[in-house]
Structures are given as C-alpha cells and as structure tokens.
Design a protein around this ligand. Structure first.
Ligand code: Q9C
Ligand code: ZN
Length: 341
C-alpha cells in the first residue's frame, strides 16, 4: 500500500502557539504526523511516496475561489494590517463574530467571513501545508485509480470539517472531498467518515450530489463538536436525498456499540455499490484520546478496518483526527493492516 506524505505540514507550526502573549493548547500539531509516520514506517506497510502536484483545479472543484484566494493571502494581509507577522485567529480584536451577509472586501472584515470557529490559526506556512495535504489525498486517489487495492494519505492538517467556503475544526481544505471529486468523473463514490467528530464539511459538499454517498459515525452533536451538524435526520437534499447518512453515537461508546453502527453503515455502502470508497480515518475515537470520549482499542481499529476492507472496494484512506500521541501510530497501523493484500 502506498503511503503518501510530505514534510510540508511543518509549515503549519502549531506547537507551542502563543496568541496575544498567551500560550494556547492546540492539539493538532506536527507531532501527530511524526507519530503516525514513525509507526507506518516501522510497520513496513508499503512504499512512502511524496505527493504529486495536481495544482489548484481539483481544489477549486470543491472550494469557492474567494475562499481559496483568502487562504492563500490571509497571512500576508494580516501582517500588513497589523504591521508585523503574528498568528492570525478569527474572532479576536475588533471585528464581529457574526457572519456577514456579504463578503467584506478587505482585511480584517474578511477575516471572520471565511471561518465558522475561532480556534484555528493561520500561520505563515498554513496555506502551503493545507495545499500539500490536499495533494497527498489526490495522489492516494491516483494510486487507486491506477488499480491499487488501497492507498493511505497521511494528511496534515486534516480536512473533513472544511466547508466549501469556511475553515474550522483544525481543517482548511477538505482533503477527502477533493480526492473524492477527482475520482467522480464517471463513477459514483462513497465516503465513510469514522472520525470522532461529524464530517460536516464533507456532508455539506456532497449534500445534493446523487453520485456520492456520505456516511458518518460520530459523537452525538448534541454533546460534541461540531454541534450544528451530524444528526440522523440530515439525509441529503434534492437528487442527493437519501445519500447522506449519520450515526450519532453516545459519549463513551464502546466497541460493541460502535461495530453495530458500523455494520449498518457498511450495509448502506454495499447497497450503493460505489466504484471507490474513501475513508476519513480519525482515530480520536480511541480510548483516552484527549479530545474524543469513545473507548476503542487498537484491536478494535483492526476489526473496524477488517470489516470495511471486506466490502472489497478500491479504497483511499485519508487521515483526519486523533490526538493521543502515545497510541496514534499503532491505531492507524492496526487499521491499515486490514487493507494489506
Ligand atoms: N479544546 C478533527 O478531529 N474543538 N477536528 C476542540 C478542544 C475542535 C476536531 C476543542 C475539535 C476539532 C479533525
Ligand atoms: Zn475529530
């Protein structure tokens, strides 16, 4: 199995973030990718390859052009506006927290238009990291399009919370959606999101799409981020109606409960019979994750992988969340091993 990875994520240098003189605890750090990389290397899962540059076109097939232009230039605009470089975080200082009815033309008004939460920094290398993270997913899609059984994109930053025109939830570009669109030309695709959090960005992108099934298992949004999306009655609209399926699960979900919901989702995917399966792999469902509150074990991740692999669909696995550095790598490897041929 090809593993697609690049060091460009280091530009999104979120370790030891200092905002307005205060140290911020931000768990989506370069150390996450380091932990996963070390584990997949040690496991000898397959060749490690660098992403191929597919340019902006596949990104613009998912994201609004104004949003992409903003991400590309936000840090420079912030530096000019504030008279020097500093982390850019929306919703601070002198601007409104409400989304404007139109997009303000200039910084800082524009700063709060393109995000729906106020935690994620834009740093000097954030655009570059997000761009190459998306290219990792696109390159994994190429592997599978070329006949491989499975490929893994070690994406950082993650993507599934990114909307067509808003970043949030540690995500800037929706890597799995960008890869899915690139595969959709003539073929229907299914996306299975097993991150602890609902994949609200991916849901939004494919909500009206009759050629993409989106299934997400996640913590009940009454109790967990992203709060405003992820309920079971969100089923898609128009010609996409019926092709969006959510399984909100209680806090402290254990393996038995999780696997029962997974089997339902796998039945829906099998009935849809897509040409390709994309998996948003978050392992923040693991026991003792500092953000997630489920209780999945390393053996559980292998079993989840085994059941998904049993669909026998060409599969692209895209890294999303997972924050417990001690077990992050082993959990990803346990999942991926189920796809070894
Ligand atoms: N103090 C992903 O797993 N809020 N995103 C966390 C912690 C945001 C998670 C609050 C969680 C986003 C890709
Ligand atoms: Zn998550």
């Amino acid at each position: 199995m090809h593993i697609v990875y690049t060091e460009r994520h280091y530009g999104h240098a979120t370790a030891n973030l200092v905002i307005n003189g205060q140290t911020v605890e931000y768990r989506e750090t370069p150390a996450r990718a380091e932990a996963i990389l070390a584990a997949v290397r040690a496991a000898r899962l397959g060749p490690l390859i660098a992403p191929i540059d597919h340019g902006l076109t596949p990104i613009l097939a998912v994201h609004e052009a104004g949003f992409v232009a903003y991400l590309q230039t936000a840090y420079a605009q912030s530096t000019a506006y504030f008279g020097g470089p500093r982390p850019l975080i929306a919703g601070r200082d002198d601007v409104t927290l409400e989304r404007a009815p139109c997009c303000p033309p200039d910084f800082p008004g524009r700063r709060d238009y393109y995000t729906y939460d106020y935690e994620d920094p834009i740093l000097e290398g954030t655009w570059d990291a997000a761009y190459w993270s998306a290219q990792c997913a696109l390159t994994a899609a190429d592997c599978v399009r070329n006949g491989e059984r499975a490929a893994y994109a070690l994406c950082r930053p993650p993507g599934h919370h990114a909307m067509p025109d808003q970043y949030g939830g540690f995500c800037y570009l929706n890597n799995v959606a960008i890869a899915a669109r690139s595969l959709q030309a003539a073929d229907a695709v299914a996306i299975l999101d097993i991150d602890y959090h609902h994949g609200n960005g991916t849901q939004a992108i494919f909500y009206a799409d009759p050629a993409a099934l989106f299934c997400s298992l996640h913590a009940d949004p009454d109790l967990a981020y992203p709060f405003f999306w992820g309920r079971a009655d969100e089923r898609g609209v128009g010609v996409g109606h019926g092709l969006n399926r959510n399984w909100p699960l209680p806090l402290h979900t254990d393996e038995a409960t999780y696997l029962a919901a997974l089997d339902e989702a796998l039945g829906v995917i099998a009935d849809f019979a897509p040409r390709y399966l994309l998996i948003s792999l978050g392992v923040d469902t693991a026991e003792d994750d500092p953000i997630g509150k489920f209780h999945l074990t390393t053996a559980g991740f292998h079993e989840i992988g085994r059941r998904i692999a049993a669909l026998d669909l060409p599969s692209i696995i895209v890294q999303e969340g997972g924050y417990r550095l001690e077990t992050l790598g082993q959990n990803v490897v346990a999942f991926l091993r189920a796809f070894e041929s």
